[in-house]
Design a protein around this ligand. Sequence first.
Ligand code: GRF
Length: 192
Amino acid sequence: MVVNIAVLASGRGTNLQSIIDNIENGYIHDACIKVVISDVKDAYALERAKKHDIDAVFIDPFKFSNKSEYEKELIRELQDYYIDLVLLAGFMRILGSDFVKFYEHRILNIHPSLLPAFKGLRAQKQALDYGVKVSGCTVHFVTQDMDSGPIILQECVPVLDDDTEESLENRILQKEHVIYPKAVKLWVEGKL
Ligand code: GRF
């Protein structure tokens, strides 16, 4: 059976690209990205999807009177594609409890820190400000508490004395592009 995947992304989509590439090169098999959904009209992630003949959908959150209505629409869209697994890849919205319950155990996220350290925005800056010597990234299940669900995989990188937010971000991203496809493969193979 083929696992139908949806990716939710708000930005440039390099993690989306790593999943696309690893499906195309056969590392993740029996899985297909059916749709990429964004809350940002000109998110480059949508362009990446189109380049690979994947449906790219913009759902404007400001068209809905509240978060719950917006998420109902998200679920409707995902159901149209018979989605089994939802991947958050730089999706800049916190999903509400109805959505999370609906797709319980079927939503993964990647975060650029070694959770539970440095949850939330600008995790790389938080790491630099704190002065840690090691940071990294985490793939985890999404639960109702932000960046707090069960951890699936982590990878670490050194934090160098002359690091900027950008240089640390780039070093961590390289690891993200390895562990996110690995975690997706594990999920698809029923190993989680
Ligand atoms: C990544 O750093 C990821 O860990 C975080 O958002 C960023 C998304 O980057 N959740 P990209 O859009 O996948 O390049």
